[in-house]
Design a protein around this ligand. Structure first.
Ligand SMILES: Nc1ncnc2c1ncn2[C@@H]1O[C@H](COP(=O)(O)OP(=O)(O)OP(=O)(O)O)[C@@H](O)[C@H]1O
Ligand SMILES: [Mg+2]
Length: 377
C-alpha cells in the first residue's frame, strides 16, 4: 500500500489497517478454553469478546452485535440453550455455534432445533472450529446482502413511481411560481413567501431527482478510471465541507489517505464520487468536535476495495440495520437518502457496500467494486 499526500497539503503517517475485523462473542466459563479459542481466532483475524456468564453475554449484546457467537451450553448462571432462545427473539440472524461435551447429545439435538449453525463437541478440533466460524460469518454476510437488496428493490420501485408522479406536480407548481414572480403586483407584497416557496419546490425537485435515480437499472457513461484519482477528486470537491467550514467554528477535521495506485474500475465516475461524497459528509456530521477521516484503497481477489473510516459518534446496534433504508435519518436537516442512494449505486455497479460501527468510537464503510485487470496508461 502506498502513502499519498493528504489533500490539505500535509503528508500523513500511514494509517493502521482500517478494515474492521469480524467480531466473535465467546460465551464460555472455562478460562483455559476461553484462552485457547481467543488465541486461535485472533490469530485468524477475528476480534474476540468474551463473556464468562450469561449475564455478561446479555450485557455485551446490548452494546455490540457480534458477527458470530460461540456458546457453551453449561454456564454458571443458566443454560446456553435458554440464552439461544432469548437471542432468537431479538437477533434472529446472528449465527451461533454451540460448544458442549460429548455426553450432552440431547442438548445438541435441542440446540440444532433452535437453529444453531454448528455444534462442536469438546474437546474440539482447532481447524474445524476456525473453519466453522468462517463459514458462519460468510453465511451471515450473504444473508444480509440478500435481505438488503430485496428490501431495497421493493423500495426503489416504489420510490421511482412516487418520483414520477411527484415530478409532474412539482413541474406545475414551479410554473405557477414562475408566473407569479413575473407579476410585479404580486411580488410587492409576497416576495418573501414566493422566495420561500420557490426554494421549497427546488429542494423537493432535488429529492425527486435523487429518488428517481434509485430505481434506475443499468449504467450509462461508464468509464475506466483509477480509484485513487476518484477518491482524490472527491476529497478536493468536498474540501469546503470537511476542511474550511468546520475550521470556521474551531473544529478540526483531518483526512488521511492510503491509496494504492493502478486500481482501475469501470464505473460512472460522477455516481461513485456521489457515493464517496455522501459518506464523507456523514463522517463530518458524525464528528461534532472534530476528528479524522481515513480513506484507504487496495485490491483484493479481483476486487477494488475502498474503506472509509471516521472516529465520530458511531451508530448504535439498534439503528445500524436501518441506515441504508430510504428516508432513515437521525438529523434534523437530513433527507435520509444519502446512503440508500449510495447503496443502490454500488449495487448497480456490481459491487457491495457494508458498514461496521462502534458507538463512541467511529464508523467504517467498506465498498467493493469489480476491478479491471492489466490496464496501464
Ligand atoms: N459516519 C456515520 N456516523 C454516524 N452515523 C451515521 C454515519 N453515516 C450515516 N449515519 C447515520 O445514518 C443515517 C442515514 O444516513 P444518510 O446519509 O442516508 O442520510 P442523512 O445523512 O441523514 O441525510 P442526507 O439525505 O442528507 O444524506 C444518518 O442520519 C445517521 O444517523
Ligand atoms: Mg447523509
Amino acid at each position: 500500500m502506498e502513502l499519498s499526500e493528504s489533500p490539505n497539503g500535509k503528508e500523513k503517517t500511514k494509517p493502521a489497517k482500517l478494515e474492521p475485523r469480524d467480531k466473535v462473542l465467546l460465551v464460555e466459563d472455562f478460562k483455559d478454553t476461553v484462552t485457547i479459542i481467543r488465541m486461535l481466532l485472533e490469530k485468524n483475524g477475528y476480534d474476540v469478546a468474551t463473556a464468562l456468564s450469561l449475564a455478561e453475554a446479555r450485557k455485551q449484546i446490548r452494546t455490540t452485535i457480534p458477527d458470530v457467537i460461540i456458546l457453551d451450553i453449561n454456564l454458571p448462571d443458566g443454560s446456553g440453550l435458554d440464552f439461544l432462545q432469548e437471542l432468537r427473539d431479538i437477533q434472529p440472524d446472528i449465527p451461533v455455534i454451540m460448544l458442549t461435551a460429548y455426553t450432552e447429545l440431547d442438548n445438541a439435538v435441542r440446540s440444532l432445533q433452535q437453529g444453531v449453525n454448528d455444534f462442536i463437541p469438546k474437546p474440539f478440533d482447532n481447524n474445524y472450529l476456525v473453519h466453522s466460524v468462517g463459514r458462519a460469518v460468510e453465511k451471515r454476510k450473504l444473508q444480509e446482502r440478500v435481505r438488503k437488496s430485496e428490501k431495497f428493490r421493493a423500495v426503489a420501485e416504489m420510490a421511482a413511481g412516487v418520483a414520477h408522479d411527484f415530478n409532474n406536480l412539482l413541474h406545475s407548481m414551479a410554473t405557477h411560481i414562475y408566473l407569479m414572480l413575473k407579476d410585479t403586483e404580486i411580488i410587492k407584497s409576497n416576495r418573501e413567501h414566493l422566495d420561500a416557496l420557490k426554494t421549497a419546490v427546488d429542494d423537493a425537485s432535488e429529492i425527486v431527482k435523487r429518488l428517481h435515480t434509485m430505481g434506475m437499472a443499468g449504467n450509462q457513461d461508464l468509464q475506466v478510471v483509477d480509484l485513487a484519482s476518484l477518491v482524490n477528486d472527491t476529497l478536493m470537491m468536498t474540501k469546503p465541507k470537511w476542511y474550511h467550514k468546520p475550521r470556521q467554528t474551531g473544529r478540526s477535521i483531518e483526512v488521511e489517505t492510503s491509496l494504492e495506485k493502478d486500481i482501475y474500475i469501470k464505473v460512472n465516475p460522477s455516481e461513485i464520487r456521489e457515493v464517496l461524497t455522501n459518506i464523507i459528509f456523514n463522517a463530518v456530521d458524525a464528528m461534532p468536535s472534530g476528528g479524522t477521516i481515513s480513506i484507504s484503497t487496495h485490491k483484493e481477489q479481483e476486487k477494488a476495495v475502498c474503506i472509509l473510516k471516521d472516529n465520530g459518534i458511531g451508530i448504535s446496534p439498534e439503528l445500524i440495520d436501518r441506515i441504508f433504508d430510504p428516508f432513515f435519518t437521525t438529523k434534523g436537516h437530513g433527507s435520509g437518502l444519502g446512503l440508500s442512494i449510495s447503496y443502490a449505486i454500488i449495487e448497480k455497479h456490481g459491487g457491495q457496500m457494508s458498514v461496521k460501527s462502534t458507538p463512541g468510537k467511529g464508523t467504517t464503510f467498506i465498498i467493493t467494486l469489480p476491478c479491471i485487470e492489466g490496464i496501464r496508461f
